[in-house]
Design a protein. Structure first.
Length: 416
């Protein structure tokens, strides 16, 4: 230490706290131990939670806190969801109540995550909370429900929840761990409400070397979140979307990520702008490698591998109007191969009014089994599409521009 250095020392140090099966600051192997560690650090203004190697039983989500880093021991740290249980409600519950009565409470325990679902006029109503107490058939919740759960709407209660979750929580880093959704023993849940990771109204999160697998829903879902980064993450064998940058999310970044065995690799939802997917492998998904749609503008897909996706490699979805189109997106330096073998065999497909898209310096190929028959199919309504510098190998057609309705009518009538 320099004895002449007399600068005021006002920055507090950040605590590192360990959780593990043994030989740790907090000894435990479930969500309660992990949450206790996070909340302890939150009281001190932040810090690092080290999760030692082992499998941790998740009966509820781990609720993230601001200014926290969560660090596992790589693939030896596994947070695994417990099997889900679902039962109908036994009586109506109104929005101002904080308890529900169910037909069968046997699948619930104090502290477990709970989701109440009902369908009102075709609209799904969802309430997410924690069970705090059980008395006979009555489950006590941590707060008032704020929505009705009525028998006439088919209301049910289930032990479904994200593995990591947050709302209105900024500045979080998660790295070096595995999230296992136990898909075979869990009911499906819509990615607008849950996922291996589910965050909403959160900014500046970084996920690094995180695996989200086997979730009966989305691997990673973030709604109305800005500046969310994924580095060397994997989303594998989830029932629905691999990565789901949700409505209104700005500047999402995916670098060196893998999304395989999901329904879609990356699904740009509504109004996602200025995003980047770079050096990612978005292959072997049951529907699409990437889809871009409703007001998803000014995004860049660069140097990605998009192969063997069952329906289309990269889909620009059908907008309901020109204003809602996926305009000004850039696809460059990607390898797009063997896609569409369960549909029309398309590498890239435009639907409807999708304008000013640039597709350049990509490799389009079929490996010889006539899976990807067409490199790029451009809709008649698309304007300003720029296609240049691409390489096409082994396909029946390189670029197909669909005719307008007027041209189709002229051809049918034999006029020129």
């Amino acid at each position: 230490m320099n004895e002449k250095e007399n600068r005021s020392r006002t920055v507090p140090g950040a605590l590192t706290l360990s959780v593990g099966h043994k030989d740790a600051d907090l000894v435990g192997a479930d969500d309660k131990a992990l949450q206790a560690g996070l909340d302890y650090l939150h009281r001190l203004g932040g810090g690092t939670l080290e999760i030692r190697a082992g499998e941790y039983t998740m009966r509820n989500a781990l609720y993230l806190r601001p200014g926290i880093t969560i660090r596992g021991a790589g693939e030896d740290t596994v947070l695994k969801k417990t099997p889900s249980s679902c039962t109908p409600l036994d009586c109506d519950c109104d929005w101002y109540e904080a308890q529900v009565r169910v037909e069968d409470p046997s699948g619930f325990t104090p502290g477990c995550g709970i989701i109440l679902r009902s369908t009102r006029d075709t609209r799904l109503e969802v309430i997410k909370d924690t069970v705090t107490k059980i008395d006979g058939q009555t489950l006590y919740l941590s707060r008032r429900m704020e929505k009705n759960a009525w028998l006439e709407d088919g209301a049910t209660a289930a032990t479904l929840f994200p593995i990591l979750t947050a709302e209105w929580v900024d500045n979080v880093t998660v790295e070096n761990l595995v999230l296992d959704g136990n898909r075979a023993q869990s009911d499906e849940i819509d990615g607008n409400y849950a996922g291996g990771v589910f965050i909403q109204h959160c900014d500046r999160h970084t996920y690094r070397n995180v695996v989200s697998r086997n979730y009966n829903g989305d691997g990673y879902s973030f709604q109305v979140c800005d500046d969310i980064r994924f580095e060397h993450c994997r989303s594998e064998n989830n029932a629905n979307l691999g990565f789901h940058p949700g409505s209104g999310s700005q500047r999402p970044i995916f670098t060196d990520c893998i999304s395989r065995g999901n329904s879609q690799g990356i699904f740009f939802c509504w109004g996602v702008t200025d995003g980047l997917a770079e050096n990612c492998d978005l292959s072997d998904n049951l529907d699409y490698g990437v889809t871009i749609g409703h007001r998803d503008t000014d995004n860049r897909i660069a140097h990605c591998t998009i192969e063997r996706n069952h329906k289309v490699g990269l889909l620009f979805r059908q907008p309901l109007s020109e204003f809602r189109g996926a305009h000004r997106n850039l696809v460059e330096g990607c390898t797009i191969c063997d896609n569409g073998f369960k549909a029309e065999g398309l590498g890239i497909q435009f639907l409807g009014e999708t304008h000013d898209v640039v597709i350049r310096d990509n490799i389009f190929a079929d490996s010889g089994q006539s899976q990807q028959k067409i490199g790029i199919q451009v809709s008649a309504e698309a304007e300003g599409t720029k296609i240049s510098g691409n390489t096409f190998t082994g396909m029946e057609q390189e670029v197909v521009y669909l005719p307008t309705t007027e041209n189709q009518s002229s051809l049918a009538s034999g006029s020129s």
